[in-house]
Write a protein that binds this ligand. Structure first.
Ligand code: DPP
Ligand code: ZN
Length: 852
């Protein structure tokens, strides 16, 4: 397969201002007739090239007659055209029920639906399938009325009626020109939770969340989140919705989380369906965040789209930043920031440090599906956040207004966005642009040396080499800094924002009345790794006194990491300072429970591994368990008090109630870690009596990690209670795959043969295979059996669904971080994947790059 390069971008040869699509829908054979108005773009004599993927042309016409001289080149349809404007008609027949890739038009649980981003539209009809070709769509669908009573597409419904043979039809028009990746249709036996929203200019929009009838009671939360999002985007960004209808459809089999098709968002059902019995607080939060994300794309993605796929972060980074800000405004902004940073460190930092590292604006790809990554999304969001920090709120708003105004209706670039930031912000972002082109997580060392009343802070930055980028230039790092007095516990300086843009820089502080403690990268103002060389005492001090909640959390995390890394390297740990710090946080009445729960949680096995030269999974597991046990025992009274204090009477979804549940479940884990004799009974009682999934799954997870006889009982009870509920069974698989027990590898091999396990459903595949490969201890079992198991599954999954399979390759690609024996075993499996017959280009790209 050939790499596509950003520098090769060329304007499209032909434009398609209008397209009419006529679908004769049937799961086995759907007939698609397309009528394209095409116009020559510029002066050239190149033919019209319409992309196809697996399509056979039944007929091709130009200007009403049989087309002359057309040919198929590779998968594409090539038509030489004499004039500058023509009408092209094509007809193809496709088989949605055989589409296991879940790209293009496919069948899921009896309905027909589409997923076109990035290049799925070419699996439906011949078309210039690139984001800079914008067309107005008219869509007509005809289908069996009993099987598919609901027919939806983008835009507004225009007409509908009955046809012969028990069939019916509907027509939808979308007045906004859009790229083909935003096309969508849905046909199914669906019901809707409906509502309406009145926009800021007084237009009424009809809202509908479409699901199968039994799921209707689980849609209120998503509908509510949609209304909140519409209001928020008006208030915070001045963005109003633009059609009369906004529909969402929940689909069980879906590669992504959701898709922002114009006026017709299609969602993975896990990001729509919620009720207290089946969804955790995490699920509720994620549903609101994804509903908001896809809604916000209506402006950041649809009204202003991307010129080419190298610009993907233009819409994704910005939209993630927008949904993060929305979520922060709904509850605790501090806890939201902690969650986002935890997520960045768990997914993006390892990516940036490994063989698949790429810039936020990549220079080349083989398969664009492989670039829907944490770097494009989450690091991309951090770039927008840094620019918002540098500009300040009012200039940032002026800059986004300028961006939306200037590029409305067009396909733009990351450069266009940055230029608006510069122009409206009155700043020079010349050097800042390196964040788009240089991969790798910058590292900052910070050393505060005090001599009497004077202190100097010596800063140095480096950006590590990444594939194809051996040498890096210094970046602009916006670092928020403040000093605190060790004795008084109060701030000695104001918070300052330093734009650290050289390899080295020094800051001086004068007239300090006492010894100063450094608080740096407050709020995680720059997505970097800071080595600030602070003692355990200073970190404990900051964890109790810093006035920035993120910095407080960070100090505790650093103290935990230092403690654990020392324990892993020396074999034994001194836990005293950390136990005191955790006690202080746990009993601080000024802190809310959600924050406490985050702050007292130990870093994950893999994050500890990321700090080490060579990852030793067993040693990390032992050190972490020993620390958990010590914390559990030393603070058993406090954990029990926290557990009791956070009990609630009845389920309620609110920041306070969620925080209480979060702390309760963390406390339960520590009570179990203490070895207390009643811990399993306590967990089972919670599991059994829970009126919500957060508590039930929390109880289950504690039992699943342990050895009590109640463990198997809980696993069985959970399975029976939720038999037939796919989203909850995903949790059942996932909880077992995450288990820290010795026998998890064998248990997961057995679960892969369970009648409810299937690779055909991406959620289920991720719940078992994806979760297992993130379980550092079990996956990296010395025998290599974990690697072999995952590789076997991925080879099988690739035959069905390359896009989802390829996303699960990265854990095998981390071989450089492990000892020689494990590295050789991991490489062996990657080589086996590369050698497997019929490998997709998705897997080829991920696996070959992972071997480098
Ligand atoms: N554009 C989609 C999203 O991120 C793709 N999953 O919202
Ligand atoms: Zn998105």
């Amino acid at each position: 397969p050939q790499a596509i390069r950003r520098e090769d971008y060329r304007q499209p040869d032909w434009l398609v201002p209008d397209i009419a699509l006529d679908f004769d829908l049937d799961p086995a054979a759907t007939r698609v007739r397309a009528t394209l108005q095409v116009t020559r773009n510029g002066t050239h004599d190149r033919p019209l090239v319409l992309n196809g993927d697996g399509l056979v042309a039944v007929s091709v016409k130009t200007d009403g007659g049989d087309a002359q001289g057309w040919r198929i080149e590779g998968q594409d349809l090539v038509i030489p055209l004499p004039g500058d404007a023509h009408v092209i008609e094509t007809e193809v027949v496709i088989a949605p029920e055989r589409n296991t890739q879940l790209q293009g038009l496919y069948a899921s649980s009896g309905m027909l639906c589409t997923q076109c981003e990035a290049e799925g539209f070419r699996r439906i009809t011949f078309f210039p399938d690139r984001p800079d070709v914008l067309s107005k769509y008219k869509v007509r669908m005809t289908a069996d009325k009993a099987r598919f009573p609901v027919l939806l597409a983008n835009g507004d419904p225009i007409a509908q009626g009955d046809a012969e043979g028990g069939r019916h039809w509907a027509e939808w028009h979308d007045p906004f020109p859009k790229p083909s990746y935003l096309f969508a249709l849905v046909a199914g036996d669906l019901v809707a939770n409906t509502g309406s929203f009145t926009t800021m200019s007084g237009r009424e929009v009809q809202l509908g969340i479409y699901v199968r009838a039994p799921d209707l009671p689980k849609t209120d939360h998503a509908l509510h989140a949609l209304k909140l999002s519409m209001k928020w985007d008006e208030e915070v960004y001045g963005r109003e919705y633009d059609l009369d209808v906004f529909n969402i459809v929940a689909v069980d089999d879906f590669n992504f989380g959701a898709m922002e098709n114009k006026g017709l968002n299609v969602f993975n059902s896990r990001y729509i369906l919620a009720d207290p019995d089946t969804a955790t607080d995490w699920d509720y939060d994620a549903i609101a965040a994804v509903v908001a994300h896809e809604y916000f794309h209506n402006w950041s993605g649809n009204r202003v789209t991307c010129r080419d796929w190298f610009q993907l972060s233009l819409k994704e980074g910005f939209t993630v930043f927008r949904d993060q800000s929305f979520s922060a405004d709904q509850g605790s902004a501090a806890v939201k920031r902690i969650e986002d940073v935890r997520n960045l460190r768990a997914s993006q930092f390892p990516e940036d440090a490994g063989p698949l590292a790429h810039p936020v604006r990549p220079d080349e790809y083989i398969e664009i599906s492989n670039f829907y990554t944490a770097t494009i999304y989450n690091k991309g969001a951090e770039l927008i956040r840094m620019m918002a920090t540098i500009l300040g709120p009012s200039k940032f708003r002026a800059a986004t207004d300028l961006y939306f105004d200037r590029f409305d209706g067009t396909a733009a670039t990351c450069e266009d966005f940055v230029a608006c930031m510069e122009e409206a912000g009155g700043v020079d972002l010349g050097q800042f642009r390196r964040w788009y082109s240089q991969a790798g997580t910058p590292r900052v060392s910070a050393n505060l040396v005090q001599d009497g009343a004077t202190a100097r802070l010596a800063l140095a930055q480096t950006v590590p080499p990444t594939p194809g980028q051996p040498v890096k230039e210094p970046m602009v790092l916006p670092l928020k800094i403040r000093l605190f007095g060790e004795k008084s516990g109060t701030p000695l300086t104001d918070e300052q924002l330093l734009l650290f843009d050289k390899p080295e820089q020094e800051l001086r502080f004068e007239a300090l009345p006492e010894r100063a403690v450094l608080s740096i990268n407050r709020g995680f103002s720059a997505p970097v790794i800071v080595d600030a060389n602070r003692s355990a005492a200073d970190l404990a001090f900051l964890s109790a006194h810093d006035d920035d909640p993120f910095a407080r959390y960070e100090a505790m995390q650093q103290l935990m990491l230092d403690t654990l890394v020392a324990a892993v390297t020396s074999g034994k740990g001194d836990h005293a300072a950390l136990i005191d710090a955790v006690r202080n946080t746990l009993t601080d009445p000024s802190l809310d429970r959600a924050f406490i729960a985050e702050a007292v949680l130990l870093p994950s096995d893999s994050f500890i591994g990321d700090q080490m030269a060579v990852v030793d999974p067993e040693a990390i597991y032992r050190a972490r368990e020993a620390l958990r046990a010590d914390l559990g025992k030393a603070l058993e009274g406090e954990w029990r008090a926290a557990y009791e204090g956070a009990r609630a009477n009845r389920f309620e979804y609110s920041p306070a109630a969620n925080g209480a549940r979060r702390l309760k479940n963390v406390a339960l884990g520590y009570i179990a870690a203490s070895g207390a004799g009643d811990a399993a009974a306590l967990a089972y009682a919670q599991f059994d009596a829970a009126d919500n999934m957060t508590d039930r799954q929390g109880g289950l997870a504690t039992l699943v990690n342990g050895t009590s006889a109640l463990r198997e009982k809980a696993i069985q009870a959970f399975y029976q209670r939720y038999a037939g509920n796919a989203l909850v069974l995903d949790k059942w698989f996932q909880t077992q795959a995450f288990s820290s027990r010795d026998d998890t590898l064998a248990a997961v091999e057995t679960l892969a043969k369970h009648p409810d396990f299937t690779l055909a459903n991406p959620n289920r595949a991720r719940a078992l295979i994806g979760a297992f490969s993130m379980n550092q201890r079990a996956f990296h079992d010395r025998s290599g059996r974990g690697y072999r198991f995952v590789a076997d599954q991925l080879i099988a999954l690739d035959r069905l669904n390359p896009q989802t399979a390829a996303k699960l390759v990265p854990p095998l690609g981390r071989w450089k971080r492990f000892d020689a024996d494990r590295a050789a075993l991991m490489r062996g499996e990657l080589e086996r994947i590369v050698a497997s017959p019929g490998l997709s280009k998705d897997m080829f790209e991920q696996a070959t790059k992972s071997l480098d």
